[in-house]
Design a binder for this molecule. Structure first.
Ligand code: HDE
Length: 719
């Protein structure tokens, strides 16, 4: 289906070139550890099939039996070893974020950020830090669909020279709850309901809406979850956020509050809800396939890592609390300062060994980075290591190759399940004199590099209580809604209406509308109430304090078109017998010049015959690559082909569906009759023409992602 370039798997990627030893001597240590990580990759090419004990296997087809028609023998250690291993192939999936996919890449700092932090990977623009990223959904199990309405996990492991740093974030900058102790309640509510395990991968059910309508601190995050951010077009087209406020610490021991942001060069884009639902059936692997193919074809996704910087002295200068994870710092108040870039350039060799076994933890930090007292973050620091104990079978999960730091990690910790290191020496304690005192402590910077916690002064009562400064739950939900374009606002209204429409208990719908939505925005509440057949609330029930700005343009996806044009976008050319080969060639050339991915689609997977009488191979059939899988389409010239497409229900549905989903479309001028027959009119993204001008207009429309101005007209097209 894809036009693979057959390029080797990024032999020139920084991690590989480190392997080749081409880097400066000060990285020799790092290179050696990367090498040791790589040494566990297994390539069976040219190798004999063996048992786990290394014995060559002569027959992998038949169990050992007493006679050709006789019973199997218990003695068959080869069969028993194989089946035993198979019986235990599955490990517990992640309790949340079970469905995911990942890739390798690297991070490179734009410069020396020593003013902010002493973290080594942020000092030198020449330094290449290997990373592994895992993207995920939250609610569904491992086998669930990619395009469900959900939050996406955006977890990055930096293998730095000073140990692993995990930035375990989401594609939304806030969270549903303020205190970790509520997490099991929230997760139980959003997960499939316990009596029938329905619905999979969706929040549109009673227990979720029961919980969030009773817990107003969730209002802001639920707003994000009902927005287009929850149905991304691609994992490559998502922002990422560290969510909590962290601290950066410089060599002088000075601390600065920061919020982490990942900004995709590919822009921030989503699919439409109707597409998301259809993709659930037509390509449940839509996102993992998209990421895999992009990397495989050399179209490496890139993000910029940035921070919003707040000096310690300004901690209390906001009308929200920096420790409250249900709040953003509007970018208009504190802009994002870029620190460096991340490029994903290598697919895993083995999904289980790398994507499934990777173990993230927000507590994995390096000198120069530190926590704050955000009560959600504090709880997370406990949870992640704890969950790996049951998921990965014990406390040695850090020895699994994908989790190993690239620096040596000697400690006095010993034994336990699956210990792989063969520790030498006799002293497994510190201090010791028997082994010369090794391994020893390292003093913190500037003399060493040992980790030192920021010495925050704490003076308070031991208390179970939420700070008053966490009590405004609606201002920022309102800020979000009011910062959306009219199109995005309509999508949010529809999402609430759809989800609450699935809620069986009317009392829950009423509570969400009257006690949550009415406090966010009365127009939003009224629109959702109308769709649910409920009376529109007349007034808010909570008086909001604070002076949050009315709008934050940075929140609207429409303001994040990206900087790579139509690179990597999928454009389908719909062909049939009689298509003009010259027209196809011209279009392929024009779009490939923009680094888009062109796919020739026919009525079936068989080649079509061009008007010139030549066989034209197709990449897929229209049924095999339905319109929900592409970003834009063009119908090349060829009278007979256009007539054939006009008679094909498959092709007509393809065109109507692409139009309904607001996709840029182009057609040879002789296709006018086909457009008329379909009842479609030209617009800024539905172009008729055979010249470069039409192609340019199409490219421009595709850069905008969708033809938003068409949305009202497209409503009338059946889904
Ligand atoms: Fe997580 N979360 N979480 N979470 N989370 C897990 O850890 C947890 C929270 C996030 O690709 C688990 O290894 C608690 C916020 C991501 O492997 C678990 C709380 C954010 C991933 C866990 C939160 C996240 C997880 C399940 C409330 C965004 C997937 C398996 C205090 C900043 C990482 C595992 C991957 C995974 C606990 C809240 C992001 C159970 C207790 C807020 C991206 O330990």
């Amino acid at each position: 289906m894809t036009r693979r370039t057959d390029m080797p798997k990024t032999p020139d990627s920084p991690r590989d070139s480190q392997l080749a030893g081409t880097h400066t001597p000060d990285r020799a240590n790092t290179n050696a550890k990367v090498q040791s990580l790589e040494s566990v990759r297994s390539d069976a090419t040219g190798q004999a099939l063996r048992t786990n004990q290394g014995v060559k296997i002569a027959d992998n087809q038949n169990t050992l039996k007493a006679g050709v028609r006789g019973p199997s023998l218990l003695e068959d250690f080869i069969m028993r070893e194989k089946i035993t291993h198979f019986d235990h192939e599955r490990i517990p999936e992640r309790i949340v974020h079970a469905r995911g996919t990942g890739a390798h890449g690297y991070f490179q700092s734009y410069g020396c950020h020593e003013q902010l932090t002493k973290a080594g990977f942020l000092q030198d623009p020449q330094k290449i830090t290997p990373v592994f990223v895992r993207f995920s959904t939250v609610q569904g199990p491992r086998g669930s669909g990619d395009t469900v309405r959900d939050v996406r996990g955006f977890a990055v492991k930096f293998y730095t020279d000073e140990g692993n740093f995990d930035l375990v974030g989401n594609n939304m900058p806030v969270f549903f709850i303020q205190d970790a102790i509520k997490f099991p309640d929230f997760v139980h509510a959003v997960k499939p309901e316990p009596h029938n395990e329905v619905p999979t991968g969706a929040s549109a059910h009673d227990t979720f809406w029961d919980f969030v309508s009773l817990v107003p601190e969730s209002a802001h995050m639920v707003m994000w979850a009902m927005s287009d951010r929850a149905i991304p077009r691609s994992l490559r087209m998502m922002e990422g956020f560290g969510v909590h406020t962290f601290r950066l610490i410089n060599a002088q021991g000075e601390a600065t509050f920061v919020k982490f942001h990942w900004k995709p060069r590919q822009g921030v884009h989503s699919v439409l809800w109707d597409e998301a639902q259809k993709l659930g059936g037509k390509d449940p692997d839509f996102h993992r396939r998209d990421l895999w193919e992009a990397i495989e074809t050399g179209d490496y996704p890139e993000w910029e890592l940035g921070v919003q910087i707040v000096p310690e002295a300004d901690e209390h200068n906001f009308d929200f609390d920096l420790l409250d994870p249900t709040k953003i710092i509007p970018e208009e108040l504190v802009p994002v300062t870029p620190l460096g870039k991340m490029v994903l350039n290598r697919n895993p060799d083995n999904f289980f060994a790398e994507v499934e076994q990777i173990a993230f933890c927000p507590g994995h930090i390096v000198p120069g980075i530190d926590f704050t007292n955000d009560p959600l973050l504090q709880g997370r620091l406990f949870s992640y290591t704890d969950t790996q104990l049951s998921r990965l079978g014990g406390p040695n999960f850090h020895e699994i190759p994908i989790n190993r730091p690239i620096v040596p990690n000697h400690s006095s910790q010993r034994d336990a399940m699956h210990r792989m290191t063969i520790d030498k020496g006799r002293a497994s304690y510190e201090p010791n004199s028997i082994d010369g005192g090794w391994p020893k402590e390292t003093p913190p910077a500037p003399h060493g590099g040992g980790f030192e916690s920021y010495q925050e002064r704490i003076d308070g009562h031991k208390i179970r209580q939420r700070s008053d400064s966490f009590s405004d739950h609606f201002s920022q939900a309102r800020l979000f809604f009011q910062s959306m374009s009219p199109t995005e606002q309509q999508h949010i209204i529809k999402a609430y209406s759809f989800e609450l429409g699935k809620v069986e208990r009317e009392a829950i719908r009423v509570r969400e509308v009257n006690e949550i939505l009415a406090n966010i925005d009365l127009d939003l509440a009224a629109a959702v109430a109308t769709n649910l057949g409920l009376p529109a609330p007349k007034a808010a029930t909570v008086q909001v304090k604070g002076s949050t700005p009315a709008q934050s343009p940075a929140l609207s996806q429409m303001n994040h078109p990206g900087s790579v044009g139509i690179k990597g976008r999928k454009i389908a050319l719909l062909v049939a017998d009689g298509v003009e080969g010259a027209s196809v060639d011209r279009l392929v050339k024009a779009f490939e010049a923009q680094s888009a991915r062109v796919l020739v689609l026919g009525p079936t997977s068989a080649p079509v015959t061009t008007a010139e009488g030549k066989a034209l191979a197709v990449d897929a059939s229209m049924e095999g690559m339905p319109s929900v899988m592409i970003d834009g389409l063009w119908v090349p010239a060829g009278k007979a082909a256009l007539e054939a497409l006009g008679k094909s229900g498959l092709a007509k549905h393809y065109l109507l569906e692409a139009y309904k989903h607001l996709k840029p479309m182009g057609m040879a001028s002789e296709g006018k009759a086909l457009l008329n027959a379909l009842g479609l009119n030209e617009d800024a993204g539905l172009l008729l023409g055979d010249d470069q001008q039409a192609v340019d207009a199409f490219v421009k429309a595709l850069e905008q992602h969708r033809v938003w101005a068409r949305e009202a007209v497209a409503e009338a097209i059946p889904a």
